[in-house]
Design a protein around this ligand. Structure first.
Ligand code: PMT
Length: 403
């Protein structure tokens, strides 16, 4: 039985020459037992006729929001509830912009707003459009809402240029759909707690000590755990990210608040993932008023005190001890330092990442990690944090659930 047997997929098709490849995509999804309903934008119909998709999917093709026949058959709200996944392939630059802005001026964009199903888009456009700041901003906004951005691939384009912008091939898209559905039940009925983002350790009412963590890695893990069927609590330091769908969020500011929230949440948790960049130290004193430069010498000293080690305390629990995963943020001797933390903190698993790497670590959309436990290590190559998170959840589930 395929991971796609009886899965309900709405395939959105927007305008672009890659629309012809979507016919093959429908065929492959159906071969694997999926039930596919196609929704085409007006632009898509300029490139390929709806009849092609009606024949391949075995279902009527939807195109207009106010199509009486379609509404009578299966209205757009019913279609939104029916979908187990909305995949848009190809996704044009214009469509990405409308999704990012939350517009709903045709059937496809209305569906995306009305549905709570996971959304995946396969961008396809000229490489200059792909690199345009507006497109980048739209993609970032979609990613912050846990939209899967699958592709684009780089290579020669229909316009004769070479570069990123080609829609991923149908077989690669099918593999991603299978992985997404395959992950769906990995953590069913499990309770997962994730810490994310930096902490801020106050010096006075105005100043604080912090770090460059954006929270992206932890938020992606919370979203991925939720997609895998878990009940997820996300304990977030000060970050500017939207809460992933279906995730309970607790906002904290400093390490002591994060520790209190983590200790409480860990009492009802099966898996604890500490992705937060928690300050190891805090100022011994917090000034009640803003420290005045005039009151300070040219060189002043600051006394710091150690913060509690949140993940180590969770791992040291005798009762109610969850499967405990830490992260290691290193700039050198990555595996050696990570292994040291795995042992010192008593963790079940540690995720090592080189935070000095150009396209990884703090605030980057991408990361590459090495997962280490007592039995060895496995490197997950550079990928978008949203995709890496799905892979990490698969690895964590394979170890935690067998426990
Ligand atoms: O948030 P992003 O911008 O996406 O960046 C992601 C990340 C780089 C922050 C993330 O991938 C990461 O590496 N998080 C851990 C950062 C960190 O504090 O690593 P560390 O080696 O200093 O700490 C080791 C582990 O102990 C971590 O799991 C940390 O959460 C935990 N810890 C540390 C100190 C403390 N007082 N309590 C803790 O629980």
């Amino acid at each position: 039985m395929s991971a796609l047997t009886d899965k309900r997929i709405v395939l959105g098709i927007s305008g672009g020459i890659a629309a012809y490849k979507s016919a093959d995509l429908v065929r492959r999804l159906r071969e694997r037992g999926a039930d596919v309903r196609v929704v085409m934008t007006r632009g898509a119909q300029e490139f390929i006729r709806p009849l092609t998709f009606q024949a391949l999917s075995g279902n009527p093709v939807h195109s207009d929001l106010l199509d009486p026949a379609a509404e009578a058959a299966m209205g757009h709200i019913e279609l939104a509830r029916w979908a187990g996944l909305i995949l848009i392939a190809p996704a044009s630059a214009q469509l990405l912009g409308k999704l990012a802005a939350g517009l709903a001026d045709d059937l496809l964009t209305t569906l995306c707003l009305a549905s709570q199903a996971p959304l995946a888009v396969a961008p396809a456009m000229n490489q200059v459009m792909w690199h345009h700041d507006a497109t980048t901003a739209n993609v970032d906004r979609l990613r912050s809402r846990a939209t899967h951005i699958w592709g684009p691939a780089a290579g020669s384009q229909a316009c004769g240029e070479i570069g990123p912008g080609r829609m991923l091939e149908p077989d690669e898209l099918v593999r991603r759909v299978e992985r997404l559905f395959g992950n769906r039940q990995l953590l069913a009925s499990r309770r997962v707690v994730v810490t994310a983002g930096p902490t801020r350790e106050a010096l006075d009412p105005v100043r604080y000590i912090s770090n460059r963590s954006s929270g992206k890695m932890g938020f992606a893990l919370a979203a991925a755990a939720q997609r895998a069927g878990a009940e997820v609590t996300l304990i977030a330091g000060p970050v500017a990210l939207a809460t992933p769908t279906g995730v309970k969020r607790i906002d904290v500011t400093n390490a002591l608040e994060m520790r209190d929230a983590a200790e409480e949440a860990a009492d009802a948790c099966d898996i604890f993932i500490a992705a937060a960049a928690v300050a190891d130290f805090r100022p011994a004193q917090v000034a009640e008023q803003k420290i005045k430069k005039s009151d300070s010498r040219d060189e002043d000293r600051l006394t710091l005190v150690k913060n509690p080690d949140i993940v180590a305390a969770i791992a040291a629990r005798r009762k109610l001890r969850p499967f405990t995963v830490g992260f290691a943020a290193e700039t050198e001797k990555l595996l050696e330092h990570a292994r040291g933390k795995l042992q010192r903190k008593g963790l079940d698993l540690i995720v090592a990442n080189d935070v000095s790497a150009a396209d990884g670590g703090f605030d980057s959309d991408r990361n590459s990690v090495t997962v280490i436990d007592a039995n060895g290590c496995e490197t997950l190559p550079s990928a978008l944090k949203t995709e890496l998170a799905d892979r990490l959840i698969t690895v964590i589930a394979s170890r935690a659930v067998q426990e």
